[in-house]
Unconditional design. Sequence first.
Length: 332
Amino acid sequence: MEPTRALRVHERELIKERLVEGKSLRAIASELGRAPSTISREIKRGSLRGTVRSYEFTRAERYAREMRRRPKPLKIVSDRLLHRLVQCGLHFGLSPEQIVGRLKRARPDDSRFHLCHETVYRTLYLQARGELRREISSALRTGRTMRRPQKRADERRRRVPEAIRISERPAEALDRSVPGHWEGDLIVGKHGKSSIGTVVERRSNFTALVWMDPGLPRSEALILGLKKSLAGLPDDLRSTLTWDQGIEMSRHEAVVETSNIDVYFADPRSPWQRATNENTNGLLRQYFPKGTDLSVHTPEELKRVEDLLNDRPRKRLEFATPREVFSEYLLR
């Protein structure tokens, strides 16, 4: 019979019998069709002193049953001191990985304080209540209180047909010294039913927010919004637009025609290829929080937020504002 992953009662009983007979661990492992390391660990768990002579299969079986019980208590929650130390680290703005590293560094010989940073995350997500819940928004960048399951391969969203890949984009688009290269995407509202287009110029970080008519199909609303946002720019400031492979850009040929700009698409699951836009979208969530209806925002409200971003000094621009840098190109 094919051995199960866990040892069974009759196997533990046989281990005890063979140990009494003086059989070696390798001989027992061979008889049971198990690895010698499995037998060695089993004896250590079922022995009072970790020795061969003190092994008792009944004790080992009770231990195995206890370990199989679910749900298991979370390590941090069940240890008051460890819980307090993790809370303290979160309070001072440390990431879970930094907290874990400091605990191990401070107590290298005490396994009680040795844990994986995933354990901290799991505690935050699964036991996000009380004091730990209040710490989440300040300790974790996303502020989430639950994990987001990864989509299966057969659930991935549709890709843009006949998309021109980013690898075909002109090399000058990588150089921030050359203006006119843009990155874009959508920020999506509650239940994916509303959205705002965001377009950012790579050199200056100048941002244009695209109001999308909620009464139109998303792809059509995006085309009209992009045309309005980009149409007034000089030709040399409309060189390329790099977009995420969202289906809202399925009619990208129309964007090329109406806005006179070449459209390219980043590789799937590669947000770093549109890093300027991704960073800007993160800033925009301060004004347009996730899980809210974005269709309630008027074009005038979008213009107000757009102005706030474009008038914000940026360290990368030596504390000039995106509007100041972008205006230099408009005046040439």
